[in-house]
Write a protein that binds this ligand. Structure first.
Ligand SMILES: Cc1cc2nc3c(=O)[nH]c(=O)nc-3n(C[C@H](O)[C@H](O)[C@H](O)COP(=O)(O)OP(=O)(O)OC[C@H]3O[C@@H](n4cnc5c(N)ncnc54)[C@H](O)[C@@H]3O)c2cc1C
Length: 450
């Protein structure tokens, strides 16, 4: 197999957004990098997705904005509808609807151009472990059969199923499975419409347990005369089939009369705070495999790009320093928590609260504007929930409308702040992790009890 050297500095499993970004950063730093993906090269980038990504993600990573065939539409915000659709919130924010395959191909080229090697149509099977370190992965490819790819550091960027993370030994402490309450099952179609979208530069989100229990339905622009329409439901035991719900309850809208399916498919969406720890000796996890997506809306393209980039920076430092131990890789956890994880953990408390609300309560909360659009925009940009939100809820409490609901909301906001402070104090060294994790678990158990 001519692509395989005996040993690489970095092995990246998965050439999605996280993996390509990681490979590009590490190869750009001079590491020898091998990327393994189960897809053939020309299909890399394809992903079941609603394809929306905020402009700020490109700015933060210094990536060129999508254009040409990569760009399906520009967006200027998101409108969130209440269950009755009578109330809506508009959250302003510039972004793009990307065409995932050409966008992914650009990211892949970015990695290959700086020297990374691609082993496509190759399925990673399990991590290779020696003397308490991950030293690579076993990979299967036709016609070669099984082979072993060795590396100083291996990054699992294989998406939700987390091929390597899920097969790590118990002493590494990673979850083999994600709690069913903490992910959604989504289904989406890209459709050519007969008519026009009301707002061709706004993403529409519909909150309603009748449409999408524990999740939401969406209609996003997807280029001229096209829409990406889908829904995600919380993956709890006995959850309804998202495709059936979409056909029964959304595609029956007048907008979709006479529309034609261009693409269809379903997949999983992690909707929880990031894994408490994302490293082990010689091993890192990035993107959906590490649950780095935004827990509130499941957007994970930008977050996975960031995760891949941070992981590769830390892996590069570690390889250069000749120490790829858990202790040396730990700073990846610290940086991700600082830049994204603490915010996501805070939002995760709100997500857990939202998933337990009735449609009636959501309608009430939105119609009273208990949390304002500005507040939502601030929180989604990484700020903590503000004191004015507390003041507003206290005032509403005094007016005695729905005291039970308002008290739960008030307790949720307090817990969000407590979680934020706890994640802001993420341990700088692995030694402090055990105690920190116990407290994190206690806080999230409290969130489930609210
Ligand atoms: C229905 C739906 C709608 C979504 N909408 C949005 C949205 O609008 N905006 C947004 O930001 N995010 C959205 N997301 C989430 C987003 O798609 C993901 O967060 C993001 O793509 C994760 O990137 P990743 O690189 O971690 O994983 P992936 O994109 O899943 O890439 C993983 C790669 O690993 C490869 N792979 C998997 N297993 C193996 C193996 N064993 N061996 C070798 N290779 C392997 C795969 O082929 C793939 O190329 C949506 C997700 C879904 C399901």
């Amino acid at each position: 197999m001519e692509v395989l050297k005996a040993r690489y500095d970095l092995l990246v499993v998965g050439a999605g957004v996280a993996g390509c970004m990681a490979a590009r950063v590490a190869a750009g730093r001079g590491l020898s990098v091998c990327i393994v993906d189960v897809k053939p090269r020309e299909r890399i980038g394809e992903k079941v997705c609603a394809d929306a990504i905020g402009k700020h993600h490109f700015d933060r990573l210094g990536l060129a904005y999508p254009r040409g065939e990569e760009l399906k539409a520009r967006i200027k915000g998101v409108r969130v509808f209440s269950p009755s659709k009578r109330v809506s919130y508009f959250v302003e924010g510039n972004g793009f609807i990307v065409n995932r395959r050409p966008f992914g191909q650009r990211l892949l080229r970015g990695a290959l151009d700086v020297g990374a090697e691609l082993l496509d149509e190759a399925k990673a099977l399990r991590p290779l472990i020696k003397d308490g370190f991950v030293v690579g992965a076993e990979v299967k490819r036709k016609p070669e059969g099984k082979m072993e790819v060795y590396a100083e550091v291996t990054i699992d960027a294989s998406g939700f199923l987390a091929t390597l993370r899920s097969k790590m030994p118990p002493e590494a402490g990673f979850p083999t499975k994600i709690d069913r309450r903490d992910y959604c099952v989504g289904y989406r179609e890209v459709r050519e419409l007969e008519g026009e979208l009301d707002e061709p530069d706004v993403c529409h989100i519909y909150l309603s347990s009748a449409l999408a229990p524990g999740g939401y339905a969406w209609v996003f622009p997807a280029g001229e005369g096209k829409a990406n329409v889908g829904l995600g439901v919380q993956a709890v035991e006995g959850h309804p089939n998202p495709r059936s719900l979409l056909y029964e309850r959304v595609l029956s809208w007048t907008l979709f009369e006479g529309s034609r399916v261009l693409e269809a498919g379903g997949w999983f969406i992690p909707t929880r705070r990031p894994l408490e720890n994302m490293v082990w000796n010689g091993f890192m996890v990035a993107g959906d495999a590490a649950c780095q997506a935004n827990p509130l809306h499941g957007g994970g393209i930008g977050q996975s790009l960031l995760g891949g980039s941070l992981a590769a920076e830390v892996a590069s430092d570690a390889v250069e320093a000749g120490d790829v131990s858990l202790k040396a890789l730990w700073v990846y956890n610290v940086r991700f928590m600082q830049l994204m994880g603490a915010r996501n953990a805070e939002l995760d408390v709100f997500r857990i609260f939202l998933q337990k609300l009735t449609d009636d309560e959501i309608e009430y909360g939105m119609s009273k504007r208990l949390i304002t659009e500005e507040e939502l925009a601030r929180v989604s940009e990484g700020e903590s929930i503000s004191l004015s939100a507390f003041a507003k809820i206290s005032k509403a409490l005094r007016a005695l409308g729905r005291p039970g609901f308002l008290r739960r909301l008030s307790r949720t906001l307090k817990l969000m702040r407590a979680v934020r402070s706890h994640y802001d104090a993420y341990p700088e060294e692995p030694e402090g992790f055990r105690a920190w994790r116990e407290e994190a678990q206690r806080l999230f158990e409290a969130a489930r009890e609210l």
